[in-house]
Write a protein that binds this ligand. Structure first.
Ligand SMILES: [Zn+2]
Length: 377
């Protein structure tokens, strides 16, 4: 079965780093659903057979154990919604020990704060060493990065990346890009970011997104586009990389354990320092195949919500990836594949049919303005 993991399972015969799995709750217990290809077996366990404790650095994880076939199986649940659901569904006798454990930890922490901090640090550090390489730990660390950190980080990299570039401040191309951005950001629910989309004078056919909501589009890409809808398609994809924190995930993965420790101990400067060592590379960080598909799928939905014809996105990607266009920088950081194009088409076919609303600008006059700014350079 194809399920998304929401827990890690430890036990005899399982990998030392734990086996990711999916857990669901019912009135009488939990059900463990293994991922495809996992050594785990599907299993239902009654609440009566469980013991629970709190775990994780902040004791915000739920550790559930039971005996199965003569050995202990232990589950780590970290999804807060899942933990709340568990506390509500499980008999109070079971969760009482959990509340006691949490209380005990609070008291212990109070009197042995320093000791606890360093001990937990060592345990977490060792745990991370084992767990590292698993995407779960990257997600776990990224989820701990506050939005304000992300903005500081993005702003720092943005300034470095554009210090030698010409950022266009006015002109029809800038107005057009702002209009597209506004149409889309108006439709994003629960948007924690203040997006800033800049147009940079450069023949490079590219656009990129930085953590915190900084998006850059080059005039080279605008020139290649045959309509505003095509550009909006690229922007929507980039906005969704930001919303899903893909840049941060890549960064934590690339910087490794040092980044995770900076996050865990709350050392923002350390993290920014590490990122700075990485320098411009963050702007040219290559996304993974799954991240590309995710940004495509949510990107095309956002276009549809904003009533921007989503066909432009697919058409543009296809045209750019045709032969003879081999050197399109956009695809060096956002690798295009046949599977990606197919997925986009499937997604497009599944979208509700909405009549698109045109932009207020004429794409032809945007192109004229682009040609002029190039000429005046
Ligand atoms: Zn991408």
């Amino acid at each position: 079965m194809n399920v998304t993991p929401n827990a890690l399972c430890f036990g005899d015969g399982l990998p030392g780093a734990g086996a990711p799995c999916h857990v669901t709750l019912s009135a009488d217990g939990l059900r463990l659903i293994p991922l495809e290809g996992s050594q785990l077996a599907e299993e239902s366990v009654a609440f009566a057979a469980l013991t629970v404790a709190s775990g994780g650095l902040d004791h915000d994880q739920l550790v559930v154990s039971w005996m199965t076939g003569g050995s202990t199986c232990t589950l780590y649940l970290k999804d807060p919604a899942m933990i709340v659901a568990f506390r509500r569904t499980a008999p109070s006798g079971l969760t009482a020990s959990l509340e006691r454990a949490a209380d005990h930890v609070r008291r212990a922490r109070h009197s042995h704060r320093l000791f606890w901090g360093s001990a937990a640090g060592i345990v977490v550090g060792l745990g991370l060493l084992i767990w590292f390489g698993s995407d779960l730990i990257v997600e776990w660390a990224v989820a701990r990065i506050p939005i304000e950190w992300e903005q500081t980080l993005g702003a720092t990299i943005y300034q470095d990346a554009l210090s030698k570039e010409t950022v266009l401040k006015e002109g029809r191309e800038v107005d057009a890009v702002q209009e597209m951005t506004q149409r889309m950001t108006d439709k994003i629910l629960h948007n924690p970011y203040k997006f800033q989309v800049s147009v940079v004078q450069s023949p490079v056919v590219n656009a990129f997104a930085l953590p915190g909501g900084y998006v850059v589009v080059f005039t080279g890409l605008l020139k290649k586009a045959e309509s505003g809808e095509e550009v909006a398609g690229v922007l929507s994809h980039e906005l969704n990389h930001v919303l899903q924190r893909h840049g941060l995930e890549r960064m934590v993965k690339t910087l490794g354990l040092a980044a995770v420790i900076s996050i865990v101990v709350g050392d923002q400067r350390g993290l920014i320092g590490l990122a700075k060592e990485l320098g411009m590379n963050l702007a040219t960080l290559k996304f993974g195949r799954e991240q590309e598909t995710e940004a495509d799928v949510t990107g095309i939905r956002l276009l549809s919500d904003a009533r921007i014809a989503p066909e432009g996105m697919i058409g543009f990607f296809e045209r750019l990836s045709e032969k003879g266009q081999a050197r399109v920088e956009l695809f060096s950081t956002h690798p295009m594949s046949a599977a990606r194009a197919e997925r986009l088409k499937v997604e497009l076919a599944a979208l509700p049919k909405r009549s698109p609303e045109p932009f207020t600008f004429e794409w032809k006059s945007v192109q004229e303005s682009l040609a002029k700014s190039e000429f005046n350079k």
